[in-house]
Ligand binder design. Structure first.
Ligand code: DGL
Length: 269
């Protein structure tokens, strides 16, 4: 492997751009290839076996593009396990951060919530990881299936979006948490609205910054940080590039990105 190889970043759609924003800020000399599977989003309500097949298609594409590291900018995919995702490849796989030992300090009540897809909540590993890292903390996960279609459908500032956010915020508040993680990479597109609905007493955390640290450390330890030249951002989707470009402008300077549509090859299993 060499330093100049690109870093791959995957998601089911535009959500992972909220992670790419942090990655590109922290590592401006790196070449990033983002791949969002907008042809088949949402991933969050599909069976595990089907998801594994889809993810294999995303990772094979990026393997052919010769990446040195894969950042899984999707909590639903992360739930499948980095060992499963990376099986048979040379690159390292960095999953989304599920929890942090810091939560013990941040949450005075020792009650931490997370918003995620139904798939992520049902998998149980986020709750387990938060409670393992913080033995005094109790974690509460809430699936928010209405949010991803509304975000991908650009329904910002609509009554439907407001109603959905309020519905989920009301349930979360009833659990008396004081800290909430956005454990779906689409949700930072609504960070302000979610914070407003939860109120000022609740700290909202986007795990993208911690995930970026994890990706950075991994490259530094392997001597693979690109330390010269200018980086680049190539952003690929499997459908609707124009719509995705509009959404991307909420996270990145789209004039600095190259966008295109890609067709994935069916997985060989
Ligand atoms: N952005 C993805 C995540 O972080 C999920 C979106 C979907 O349901 O496809 O979980």
């Amino acid at each position: 492997m060499d330093k100049t190889q690109p870093i791959g970043v995957i998601d089911s759609g535009v959500g992972g751009l909220s992670v790419l924003k942090w990655l590109s800020k922290k590592m401006p000399r790196e070449h990033f290839i983002f791949l969002g599977d907008t042809a088949r989003i949402p991933y969050g309500d599909r069976p595990r076996e089907e998801l594994i097949g889809f993810v294999r298609e995303l990772t094979s594409y990026l393997d052919r593009r010769n990446i040195k590291q894969l950042v899984v900018a999707c909590n639903t995919i992360t739930t499948l396990g980095v060992d499963v995702i990376g099986r048979g490849y040379d690159f390292d796989v960095i999953g989304m951060v599920k929890g942090s030992p810091e939560l013990q300090r941040i949450s005075r009540k020792h009650r931490v919530g997370f918003f995620a897809t139904d798939f992520t909540v049902a998998a149980g590993s986020y709750k387990k990881e938060i409670e393992r890292l913080n033995p005094d903390v109790k974690a509460f996960g809430l699936g928010c299936p209405k949010l991803v279609p509304l975000i991908e459908g650009e329904k910002f500032d609509t009554p439907e979006m407001e109603a959905a956010i309020n519905e989920y915020a009301t349930i979360m508040k009833s659990w008396d948490v004081d800290t909430v993680l956005l454990s779906c990479t689409h949700y930072p597109f609504l960070k302000e609205e979610i914070q407003k609905a939860l109120g000022p007493a609740i700290t909202v955390i986007d795990p993208a910054a911690m995930t970026t640290e994890r990706a950075y450390r991994n490259l530094a330890e392997r001597g693979l940080l690109n330390d010269s030249g200018e980086g680049s951002l190539e952003i690929c989707f499997t459908r609707d590039v124009e719509r995705c470009k509009r959404l991307a402008s909420r996270m990145l300077d789209v004039n600095e990105c190259v966008f295109h549509e890609v067709t994935l090859e069916a997985s060989q299993g």
